[in-house]
Design a binder for this molecule. Structure first.
Ligand code: ZN
Length: 327
């Protein structure tokens, strides 16, 4: 029996806008047509946990970050005839406006309205939580991150009638403490690690397949037929090298700006991975030093660091397995 895996496809905008977060309607239609021909089962995010825990063989799930309006115009008409139930992650306090967060496309693309989301939900689209303000949660202290997530959950429930069950942290960034907060309020969370999810995956940092890497039809065909492992591995390693180089530069800058000993900074791991200058400044200046001893021990796996900081052991999130998730 084949081990269960899920390729969780990651999309943002289906449009002719430039950049890696946009895929043209034609390319998207072709990718979905190839997926249909592959006969791989396409799951809802609600079904991913059960498949990884008890299923067998390959499956696919389709996700969209940011709730962009072009989903309705360009993606849903292609997915709906096949009975696919995609997941769209909404930044709740941005809905009805434009993408205005750091790193967003210029010019900003419009997001769907809550009325639009309710109509799509009635037609079969699933919605998840993408935070309240699309801030990088890994750059917030745990209390601020919890407030943001709670605010998003409350707005989501008020607008769509039920709390969100699934989460996608903005930029794919999360720390053990953030994943812990997400895990207390949701059933799954997806990240941006480029890989196929399997039974060993952390349910609160599920890897995804960034579809802009698969614009070429033959490459997508190879992946769908099971021949894409080498390409995915190479891509992942290249990204790791690029991020390591980038992180080293950020860390050096952070040290020179702060004048503090970052070994004692609870955001040490976050800073080294953060690509936003604004995030660095926010982390270093208004740092809540009272949080340092416990959080630092937890993040660094030091003695006493294994205890829970929000109900779940933050020192070993990857030890939480699908079989232990009964929600
Ligand atoms: Zn986003």
């Amino acid at each position: 029996m084949l081990a269960p895996t899920v390729d969780i496809l990651m999309y943002h905008s289906i449009s002719r806008a430039s950049g890696p977060t946009s895929i043209s309607p034609e390319v998207f239609a072709r990718q979905i047509a190839q997926l249909v021909v592959s006969n791989l089962p396409v799951l809802r995010m609600d079904e991913v946990a059960a498949h990884l825990a008890q299923g067998h063989g390959r499956a696919v799930a389709i996700t969209f970050d940011d709730g962009l309006e072009d989903f309705r115009q360009n993606a849903w008409p292609i997915l709906r005839p096949h009975g696919f139930r995609p997941m769209v992650y909404l930044p709740t306090e941005c809905i009805g406006g434009n993408e205005i967060w750091a790193g967003a496309h210029v010019p900003p693309r419009p997001l769907m309205s809550w009325d639009g989301a309710r109509e799509l939900a009635a037609e079969g689209v699933d919605f998840g939580n993408h935070s309240a303000c699309h801030d990088d949660l890994s750059c917030l202290d745990p209390r601020a991150a919890a407030e943001d997530i709670d605010r998003a959950c409350a707005r989501f429930a008020a607008e769509l009638g039920q709390p969100p069950a699934h989460f996608a942290p903005p930029y794919g960034h999360s720390t053990p403490a953030v994943r812990c907060l997400i895990g207390e309020r949701h059933r799954t969370s997806v990240g941006t690690v480029l890989a196929t999810a399997d039974a060993r995956s952390d349910p609160f940092d599920l890897p995804r397949i960034e579809m802009h890497y698969f614009r070429a039809p033959d490459r997508w065909d190879r992946h769908l037929s099971g021949d894409g492992v080498l390409y995915l591995t190479l891509r992942r390693k290249l990204r790791a090298v690029r991020r390591a180089v980038w992180s080293r530069g950020n860390l050096k800058r952070a040290r020179s700006w702060s004048g503090c000993t970052l070994a004692h900074c609870p955001a040490f791991g976050t800073i080294s991975a953060c690509h936003r200058t604004r995030c660095l400044v926010r982390q270093l200046l208004p740092l809540n030093w009272s949080a340092v001893p416990l959080t630092s021990r937890v993040l660094r796996g030091m003695p006493g660091g294994g205890r829970s900081i929000c109900g779940v052991s933050a020192a070993s999130p990857s030890q939480r397995r699908w079989s232990h998730i009964g929600r």
